[in-house]
Ligand binder design. Sequence first.
Ligand SMILES: [Zn+2]
Length: 396
Amino acid sequence: MTRNRKKKLAIRAEADGGSHARAARLHAAAPKEILTADVQDRLISAFKTEGWPVENDGFPEGGTWTGWLGPVWSMLSRPGWRHSEADPDDPDQYDLTAVPELTFITPKIPINTGEAMVLELPGNTPVADIISKVREELAGARAAKVSKLVNNAECSLCGDRYPATHLLPTTESDRLVLCPFCVFDGDILGSHPLRLAYLIDELTDEDVAAPAGWAAVTALLACAAGPEFRERLEGGGTLRLPLPHWFNPDLVWVWLPPGDLPPALHSLSPGTSLGTLVSAVETAYPDLRDRFRAQVAANLEEDEEDSNGEDERDYLVEQLWPAAICYAVTAATQFRERPGGHSPWHLLGDGFEEGNLADHFYQIGSTLDADSFGSVFTLSIGVPLISEALGFDPNP
Ligand SMILES: [Zn+2]
């Protein structure tokens, strides 16, 4: 406002008995209180509505509300919270009209690896803006970290080169370290999924640039697992608790491929929960199951030209279908993020073997029968078929 305009307003206010000025003072005298409990509620439900995996304590601790939004750690507090343990909405401790501060950090546990993203926003930022800013910064943080990776080790089976910390021992042997696409290969004996689960959690919690394919391994084990899986995982004598995605594969965080995406996945970039991904894919491509069944029938016909009877069995294992979608998408993510790496689709061609799957299924208490061909078909035929449907060429 120019000085002249201010002056004119003041004169007019005086002229009409000061009512304008009084109204303006009244308006200014009651700045709005902002409760952190409300801000946290809105934040958590907004990310839930977006379909992200979300965890939230439901109470502030040490003056701070914490949230776990996919691979992001969110904190909400009052300005100056570091000096107080008080509830951030306690009017005796804080000026409740002071705008609370939101901080978003990735990775979730940056102690050893350092923060790849620190995003600070005022607590009164509209939630739609918060979500788009977090998505944008998270995509940038992952891309920046991925571009700096040094491939100083190789997968013991396929020989593809990765950073040493990104390859995990999936068996009892610490010397046999694998990439995510070799875990279920027939050449791998003596699997140890109960240990692998913790190693995957540790890696993905601490490294925002971890290979996308570990989500697919997580999805497959979590989808296949039986009711005893929790007891077996928690009985391993470790102090750490397994993450909730092992008992609900919908909550697995999936990194989408950077760059062009099919329209159905466009709004989900850079990542989302497996539950959200699966429903987006199913809605956009409702005929995937029919295509899978047709493909299986065609393959069987080719293999058994001399057999007379038609095979009427349905080989689709519904329980593993979300894992097949997860493999299809994360193979594309790895292919784009690791331009010098092997083609993950090539590895997946025979990367699922009955004996290896049966060994894993047995250890995680699965009730699925790996020897009935359904599991192997669902994965080895389903994954390339879904990849192709989504436009991620499985044979580049
Ligand atoms: Zn490998």
